[in-house]
Design a protein around this ligand. Sequence first.
Ligand SMILES: *[C@@H]1O[C@H](CO)[C@@H](O)[C@H](O)[C@H]1NC(C)=O
Ligand SMILES: *[C@@H]1O[C@H](CO)[C@@H](O)[C@H](O)[C@H]1NC(C)=O
Length: 481
Amino acid sequence: MAWNERWLMVCLQLLLAFLAEAGSKHGNAEFKKVALPHHSFSIPIEYTNLLGDWMLSGASIFERERLVLHPGVLERQGFAFNKRPLQTNDFQVTVGLRTSGPAKVEEVPEDQSFAFWFVRQNISGDFNESRMIRASSWRQGLTDEGYMLSGSKALFEGIGAVFSTSDFNKKPSTAISFVSNDNHQSLQYGIDVPSSSAKVIDFRNKEVEFTFRVQPTLVQASLVVDGIKHDCFSVDRKSFPVKVGGYIGFSAWSGSGTKLPDSVSLTKVEVTNFDDEAIGEDVIGASVAEQTQYSEMMSSDSRHFVDQKSQTEHLVKVTNMLSSHLNENKPVYDVMAFQVSGMIDSLNRLDRDCRLLTKEMKILESKRHHVSKAPKNQNNLEELKSHVYGLRRLLEKEGKAQLHKLEAVQKNLNEVKEQASKASGSSMLTKLVDQTRLLEESVLARSSQMTWMLLILLVVIVVIGVLMFNRMRYYEKKHFI
Ligand SMILES: *[C@@H]1O[C@H](CO)[C@@H](O)[C@H](O)[C@H]1NC(C)=O
Ligand SMILES: *[C@@H]1O[C@H](CO)[C@@H](O)[C@H](O)[C@H]1NC(C)=O
């Protein structure tokens, strides 16, 4: 049912677009900004939903408070690419960045870097993790697949910004380079990047905010450090206009050698669409017809209203879409409302019961004061009290812990599932043990059989001996008589 929200989003966007049209006459640009939820995230991070939008690999992992690109460990790749293209070329990406590591930049590996990308290829689809796993090392896998440009593809069509801990002359520095490629040559780290025009801003060991603003013919970036905004670059793209339909992503390489690398994480990614004639990102769950309808309504033809009549028509269309959305979703909302009211009822009941219990305890306690010779009762009362306190603590404070535990349980369940699939090995082992036991048994049985055989042989030999002896005696008698 997640796409219901999308419907609302689209309707709101259309409404905003309309307001923008009205607002632009008064020069109000704020109306034009629309956030794109499937390309953005912020704290607290709901990673279960986000893994549908983003593909993570290497050492990257979503946590509740951040997206860790890589920890402070050597030879690690950071990889987080969005799976869907941005349907706009007029947008802004704001990123909360945090790097932490050794105090001085001279103390970190020279080839450590991380980057933001806007590329035409579907990198999340191109990157094949199982090849990295099969390679002799992750680094070798990346080299073989051409992914050694800050952990991303060196041959690409698009633009990016690379944060490095050395400059063009390979001197330790904190540099931010603009990178662009037209899919004709593989860029090499250490040669093409960092660039000679890289801007030096100290971004390490603090929380900074990076802004990447793309317009069809202009790309700009800035970095806010300690509340001060620094411009990183401003690139004219009139001869290579930025195209619609690129994928955004982040990548990193923690570096090699012996020095201790930084850990790099993102605390926020916010993508805003400035093109009020484009929806910005695909509407999930909407049919092709619906998508076309949105696009038509947002196109400029239907936006330059000739008169008040056409304005009214546009508004009526938007209102109709909204009301049909509401009608379609009313049953769902009704069920939700019913469930919520049920929950409120049980909470009220709990509240009543608690009050009653408190009252009862008070009465019991006052009785205890009157009847002083009742130590047993007192003990029970104390116990009850501590139980109630325990319950309250559980309800109030441990709610969060329970949630964490549930998540941990889910993780464990997944692990168990994985191990169950590997358990065929252990069943082999039990089979082997069984067979050994069988072998032992049959050996034992056979050795007892052998003893029996020997005994019988002995008896037979004795019998034959006796018979022979008798016969001999008989012949002897016959001979000598
Ligand atoms: C891009 O690749 C990802 C991962 O393979 C895939 O889920 C997604 O559908 C692709 N996007 C498009 C638009 O094809
Ligand atoms: C990844 O590479 C492996 C090994 O070359 C191949 O078998 C597999 O089909 C590839 N996966 C994708 C999604 O291309």
